[in-house]
Design a protein around this ligand. Structure first.
Ligand code: UD1
Ligand code: UDP
Length: 363
């Protein structure tokens, strides 16, 4: 079996780490890095820390408008698929790199497998929502992290090739939680005490690219009763500077560089609560039992809200202030995202699919 995995952005490196190492023990893998994330702190650090195989191809596409970035990726991925001739293209999540891989797979008639299939925020103005929907509809295998995700696919008429696998980020966090407690020195390095700080991340376009929203988030976080540690995505740093909010941000918050995975997980594990617009961080907070305040009006990780570990507040100063200050508590701690064996299940399903599609010599 030959699998071509395509990654490009920070969360995809973390997800691929769960699958790639194990996959290579039973199959050939070609790893393509589109280059969507290229800063050391957004890319190389994860390959080093998580022992992800060196990509066989780095397409160096980098930042651009969404249309041009996706088009450049499609143009660069296609010849690699032609050259390497995989049985399956394996995609993760909902970024432009995901969509580009799905388009190439469908145009070249190579089977496409999508990890994190079936998630929906029902907000089509999010670029990620469009990427998810299109990728699911172009996929031959949909690996769903939850039962809700399967229902979403069914509602859109996608029923063939749909499998519940659980969530690969749960696999990842189980390993990283223990390693980060043993190895990370970030709390001591930054003079932080567990449960005496709030962690925050912001990078969603609807928050960063709108001055009023970004300012409201800053104000809401500045009202928090505890110090706020803020590992800032480069796009957020750019916008804070452009909007004249940089001084305000650095005087009110502890603005730090994006962190490597183990240090970030240590911060999230130790934080009193987290405020974020990230998809992955909402889920990781739930896994680590850290209360989450989500700086969006909706989420695709609905289970975390239903059980009370996650509160949706949007970019709204007073709702943020209330959610980071009040002593609200979750109602229950269910386990809707599997058992930490999603990676293994995905590999088995890929093997099974290939065995089913090979001509039977006995006939
Ligand atoms: C992308 C994904 C988003 C995901 C996020 C993970 C899309 C549409 N968005 O958002 O779903 O949650 O990655 O972090 O695919 N930049 C750098 N250095 C880098 C990369 C980006 O400085 O290594 C800056 C550039 O100014 C760029 C901006 O960040 O224009 C946005 O980068 P881009 O990859 O387009 O989107 P993200 O916001 O990172
Ligand atoms: N993350 C990290 N360092 C940081 C911020 C986030 O390692 O400074 C990790 C985080 O633990 C999670 C992933 O990056 O696994 C989430 O990525 P991001 O928020 O960029 O994207 P999203 O999940 O929203 O697509």
């Amino acid at each position: 079996m030959h699998v071509c995995s395509i990654v490009g952005a920070r969360p995809q490196f973390i997800k691929a780490a769960v699958v790639s190492r194990k996959l290579r023990t039973v199959a050939d893998e070609t790893l393509i890095h589109t280059g969507q994330h290229y800063d050391e702190a957004l890319s190389d650090v994860f390959f080093d820390e998580l022992d992800i195989p060196e990509p066989e191809f780095n397409l160096g596409v980098e930042s651009d408008t969404h249309g041009r970035q996706t088009a450049k990726m499609v143009a660069a991925i296609e010849p690699v698929i032609e050259e390497t001739d995989p049985d399956v293209i394996l995609l993760y999540g909902d970024t432009n790199s995901t969509l580009a891989g799905a388009l190439v797979g469908s145009k070249r008639e190579v089977a496409v497998a999508h990890v994190e299939a079936g998630l929906r925020s029902d907000n089509r103005s999010m670029p990620e929502e469009v990427n998810r929907v299109l990728t699911d509809h172009a996929s031959d295998l949909c690996f769903a992290p939850s039962r809700d995700a399967i229902e979403n696919l069914t509602a859109e008429g996608i029923t063939d090739g749909v499998f519940w696998t659980g969530d690969v980020m749960y696999d990842a966090i189980l390993d990283a939680r223990d390693r980060s407690r043993e190895q990370s020195t970030i709390l001591d390095d930054r003079g932080l005490t567990a449960d005496e700080f709030i962690l925050a991340t912001v990078h969603r376009a609807s928050n960063t690219d709108d001055r009023a929203n970004l300012a409201a988030i800053l104000d809401g976080l500045a009202d928090a009763p505890l110090p706020v540690v803020f590992p800032a995505h480069p796009r957020t740093v750019d916008r804070l500077r452009e909007y004249g909010l940089w001084e305000r941000a650095t005087s009110e918050l502890d603005v730090i560089e994006p962190q490597g995975y183990l240090d970030f997980v240590r911060l999230l594990d130790a934080a009193e609560r987290v405020a974020t617009d990230s998809g992955g961080v909402q889920k990781e907070a739930f896994f680590l039992e850290t209360r989450c305040v989500t700086l969006r009006e909706e989420t695709e990780w609905v289970e975390t809200v239903d059980c009370g570990w996650n509160r949706l507040v949007g970019p709204d100063r007073s709702r943020i202030r209330e959610a980071v200050s009040a002593d609200w508590r979750p109602e229950s701690t269910p386990r809707p995202y599997g058992d930490g064996l999603a990676g293994q299940r995905i590999i088995s399903l890929l093997q099974q699919r290939l065995a089913d599609s090979e001509p039977d010599d006995r006939l």
